[in-house]
Design a protein around this ligand. Structure first.
Ligand code: FES
Length: 167
């Protein structure tokens, strides 16, 4: 979907709701389902539609951690921080991704190639620590993850994207 199409879809979604404050969270959920995050212009449209201050919309969006305010990366890296993975020091793996990508958890690289987030148990604790990389709608699981594997995965993505200077 192009940016313009995204914008039109979001506007249509916003208008499809009755202008009642109880619809605020469902509206935000639907926008996020459409474009993968809550763009500021989308939140402004919601505020306008519900006749509430935009600060109130931001307040709700930042309160619930189901909402993200930055666009996801084309390759979204999810580091599992569930108990089994935590015990196997997944936080060190997360730090390595942060260091290699030059971003913090919850952020996306400037070129939007990589996004980084921590997630709760992804359901394969026997393989802890686990990292999942989401691309389009496919998820690749990497078990028994080690810091020494992080750079290789980054290079693999860059190669797939055609040239090593993708970021
Ligand atoms: S805690 Fe990481 S897969 Fe279960």
């Amino acid at each position: 979907m192009s940016e313009r199409e995204e914008e039109l879809q979001v506007l249509k979604t916003v208008k499809s709701f009755q202008a009642e404050k109880t619809n605020l969270i469902p509206m935000l959920q639907q926008i996020q389902a459409l474009v993968g995050y809550l763009p500021s212009w989308g939140m402004e449209e919601v505020a306008k539609h519900l006749s509430i201050p935009v600060g109130e919309v931001y307040g709700v969006a930042t309160f619930y951690n189901q909402f993200r305010l930055t666009p996801p990366g084309k390759y979204q890296v999810k580091v599992c921080t569930g108990t089994a993975c935590h015990v196997k020091r997944s936080y060190v793996i997360l730090e390595e991704w942060e260091r290699r990508l030059g971003i913090k958890e919850g952020q996306t690289t400037e070129d939007r190639l990589f996004g980084l987030e921590k997630v709760a148990c992804v359901g394969c604790c026997a393989l802890a620590p686990v990292v999942v990389i989401r691309h389009n709608s496919t998820e690749a699981f990497y078990g028994n993850m080690m810091t020494s594997k992080v750079n290789g995965l980054i290079l693999e993505v860059e190669r797939k994207e055609g040239d090593g200077s993708a970021r």
